[in-house]
Unconditional design. Structure first.
Lengths: 308, 253
């Protein structure tokens, strides 16, 4: 997959001395949905703001489809649509006027048919002549998405698209993202809902204290998520594993009092029955057993904590 | 050049005027009419002619300038401050528009509005006093240059201000006194010699004087000097705007 966005050695220190980004490197592939996860204040919005031209970078470089965002800002920016985190709208404008304005601002000639389609797709068509201030929060969010899509961007940034949005609307947002992905738009979203990343993303990046600490395929993360550990409390401690059990990839833990077996819940066979059978044949008895599962949330929390 | 963007911003700003018609157009016309009634008709009839021009007619250029300055300032400063205040500036900053295009569209719209107001006041003045315009081309030149310069100045204020209070501060504390003391209502030759010198530090003197010359062929200061000063203010404002965009001052952190 060719990368459509390349961030290289990007750093940002605000005038206050706060270092919001530290040497960030990131490549986004064309057509993917990338979720940037991170706690509040991790640098998600700063990263997006620099790419979109709202904040100046301190050092580094960003290219969009090969166009430098500073040297070739017109080409770079016209490919990008941004849906900001805050519901910042022109309260007195109508939905139609504000979406048409966005298209013009990004240098595109009028295209009422396209705007009509965008508004219909986002269930805003009935409200096209309403002033924005009369709309509900969820509708304002959709207006912002419509504005960002009005110039047919190749890359769409969604900064916390479902923050403060009710469950139903959140699911609707997910469907919107799905449809956009189908049209070939690359989507980068920030969130602190793990569920959201799981639902939508192809790849997940974790940012903490201005550093990208993990970028991985979601399927890879899901594999980790899908792994379970079976822990057997042994009646008698073992010094070494009996040779008859080598085939099970067991680990000895807790001074030989525990046997840990890692297995894949998504596999066809977990191998638990065979393991227990072999244990019985080897004469190993156990007092108790427990299973545990590491969730994406746990992975995320431990990553972020380690980074503190 | 992103013409679609310039057109979009210009239209957006002009539409804003349409929504606030009362505030943008009607209120300056009413206040100017009141000036004519009070100074032109009521008091003016008792004041002798100045340089062969009746007092009512004498104040017309000054009053137009007064409105032009305040309108340009308030239109342009509000136009750029409001998106900063609400946060919608994000879209402007993320759009493929150059700084030149941003300035052309915002300042162009603000200047257009104040020129419309100026024209309406000129027409209103025609109801009260007989008008004579000796140098129409220069009159237009002064009008347009002043509208652009003070719209630029307003744009600068709109970017500098970080509260609505500051937005009002400069027009109220600096521009209003300068315009009232800039010879809108009197010829600076009527001042004591010392104050005649001091008043030359007031930029508005040059604008009003040059503008009045284009009406009646008489000026407090040489029209060439007026024209030079007008261009100088324009250049200063352009330089400041250039610096603002180069540094991202108050726009980008």
């Amino acid at each position: 997959m060719p990368s459509i966005l390349a961030v290289k050695s990007l750093s940002k220190t605000y005038d206050t001395g706060f270092q919001a980004l530290k040497n960030v490197n990131l490549e986004i592939e064309k057509g993917e949905v990338f979720a940037l996860l991170g706690p509040n204040g991790a640098g998600k919005t700063t990263l997006i703001s620099i790419i979109c031209g709202i904040v100046n970078m301190t050092s580094g470089s960003v290219t969009v489809a090969g166009h430098d965002i500073l040297g070739d800002f017109r080409a770079a920016r016209s490919m990008i649509g941004l849906v900001p985190q805050e519901l910042t709208t022109d309260a007195f404008e109508t939905v139609w006027a504000t979406v048409s304005f966005s298209r013009g601002l990004f240098g595109k000639p009028k295209n009422p048919a396209l705007i009509e389609k965008i508004l219909k797709d986002l269930s805003l068509w009935e409200k096209k002549d309403s002033k924005i201030m009369t709309l509900s929060g969820g509708m304002k969010r959709r207006v912002l998405i419509a504005k960002a899509l009005a110039h047919e961007p190749q890359i769409l940034f969604l900064d916390e698209p479902t923050a403060g949005v009710d469950v139903e609307l959140r699911r609707e947002m997910w469907r919107v993202v799905e449809r956009l992905k189908d049209t070939g738009v690359t989507i980068i979203l920030t969130t602190h809902y793990i569920e959201e990343a799981e639902e939508m993303a192809d790849r997940v990046g974790v940012i903490s204290k201005g550093e990208i600490i993990l970028v991985e395929e979601k399927s890879e993360l899901m594999r980790k998520l899908g792994r379970k550990q079976l822990t057997l409390q042994l009646a008698e401690p073992l010094d070494t594993l009996p040779t008859g059990l080598n085939g099970h990839h067991l680990e000895l833990a807790g001074d030989g009092r525990e046997l840990v077996y890692t297995y894949d819940t998504q596999g066809e066979r977990t191998g638990i029955t065979a393991l227990l059978q072999d244990l019985g044949e080897a004469g190993i008895r156990f007092r108790d057993l427990s299973t545990s599962q590491s969730s994406l949330e746990e992975i995320f929390v431990s990553l972020v904590r380690d980074n503190r | 050049m992103n013409f679609h963007a310039v057109a979009a911003i210009y239209r957006f700003e002009m539409a804003r005027t349409g929504r606030t018609l009362l505030q943008s157009i009607v209120s300056p016309v009413i206040s100017t009419s009141l000036y004519f009634i009070v100074f032109g008709a009521a008091i003016g009839s008792r004041i002798t002619e100045i340089d062969g021009v009746s007092y009512g007619a004498f104040i017309v250029p000054g009053l137009i300038m007064l409105s032009l300055l305040t309108q340009s300032l308030s239109n342009a400063s509000f136009g750029i401050y409001f998106p900063r205040f609400t946060g919608t500036i994000y879209e402007l900053l993320s759009a493929p528009v150059s700084y030149l295009e941003i300035v052309v569209s915002y300042v162009g719209a603000a200047a257009t509005k104040s020129l419309i107001v100026g024209a309406i006041i000129l027409a209103t003045a025609g109801f009260f006093v007989p008008l004579r315009i000796e140098h129409p081309v220069f009159m237009l030149l002064f009008l347009i240059l002043t509208a652009i310069t003070f719209s630029l100045f307003g744009f600068i204020i709109g970017i500098w201000a970080d509260s609505f209070e500051k937005l009002q501060l400069v027009p109220l504390l600096i521009i209003t006194p300068l315009t009232f003391l800039g010879g809108s209502f009197y010829s600076i030759h009527m001042l004591p010699p010392f104050w005649q010198k001091v008043t030359l530090l007031n930029p508005v003197v040059y604008l009003v004087s040059g503008f009045r010359w284009s009406f009646y062929g008489q000026a407090d200061v040489n029209v060439g000097v007026s024209l030079f000063m007008t261009f100088l203010f324009l250049a200063i404002c352009l330089a400041i705007v250039g610096w603002i965009f180069k540094t991202g001052y108050r726009l980008k952190s």
